[in-house]
Design a protein around this ligand. Sequence first.
Ligand code: PMP
Length: 397
Amino acid sequence: IFASVPKAPADPILGLVGRFKADTSEKKVNLSVGAYRTAEGKPWILPSVAEAEKLVVLDTTQDKEYQPIDGKPENKLPVQQLLFDQSVIDSGCIATAQALSGTGSLQVIAQFLKFMGVKKVWGPNPTWGNHPKIFARALLEYETYPYWHQESRGLDFAGMMAGIQKMQEGECILLHAVAHNPTGVDPTVAQWDEIVAACRERKLIPLLDNAYQGYASGDLAKDGYAQRLFTSSGLEFFIAQSFAKNFGLYGERIGYVHAKCATKEAAEVVLSQLKIIIRQAYSSPPKHGAAIVNKVLTTPELKDMWLKELTLMSNRISDMRVALRQAIEAKGTPGTWNHVTDQIGMFTFTGLSKEQVVRMVEEFHIYMTADGRISMAGLNPSNVQYVAECIDKAARG
Ligand code: PMP
């Protein structure tokens, strides 16, 4: 039965993690996967999360029964409050369902788009590698709009706006809500205004992928700007909300789908259909991560701790941006390196070519994705000089 099944290639990002683990070099540095690491290079359980988890485990009123298909109703309000003003929440216009982190939320939304009869999704070029595949899996057409401007190592805003003009009524535009992966380049506040206006004019269905709120600036409100702008514009749109990075709950697979609808009635109908999709896909979501997030968000002292931890994580990454840029510039490495500090969030899109990346991995044992993306969270005071040295060597050819 299985003899004719072809072997699939390793995942471009998770495959690198396997290679990193197998590498015996003492110099090895893992800048591939987007997961936070401490200044000592270790994974970090956020203290607020550890505290919340203890409370969750000790809570004898909890059982192991199934959750509702869309998650517990009482868990929805605190996660909506990270994205929407209270008056919007009170209007009942938001359909919210717990889902399996950001990826699972995107899957549910993709299937819902297909169910609605949407033909095509437009995503930024470049984008997170899984995006095109998620929409293709839901049998949606997928095309890209320009995003990255190689010369300035910044946003190709004119290209993006021209790309939006090609989109047709009822097509979906995928936008990264904050801290674009892999480029670390976001639209400015003024540019977001134009994007929202263009979505309205072209009658598009916006989908905001929110995987890094609080991670870019340490400030949830600042990093939540795009959602609030879309909400105040009155447009209907989707959000895929992940708590993998900002709570460090990668393995708990906790996230939410939100559909901001024009009316309460529409939100009820949308939720009823989201529940059908979830029921057929995996029946109901897991409890543990949802309980932890809820405990942190509804316990004032824990929420306070969490906000400080977000600031700490984003500050450490900003410090690494400064350190890496300084170390590269001190070597007089060819090219400009201001993009290392200009870009935000977890990643820097270094601008290294495919060949240069191969050298970084094969010769220097520095693991990064083939597009030249490095996870800044993998840098620390002990390895930043080595990474800068190797970038210098690679850039000089
Ligand atoms: N969207 C983007 C842009 C991401 O970078 C990621 C994680 N790399 C995700 C969604 C999904 O992450 P998760 O499923 O772990 O929440």
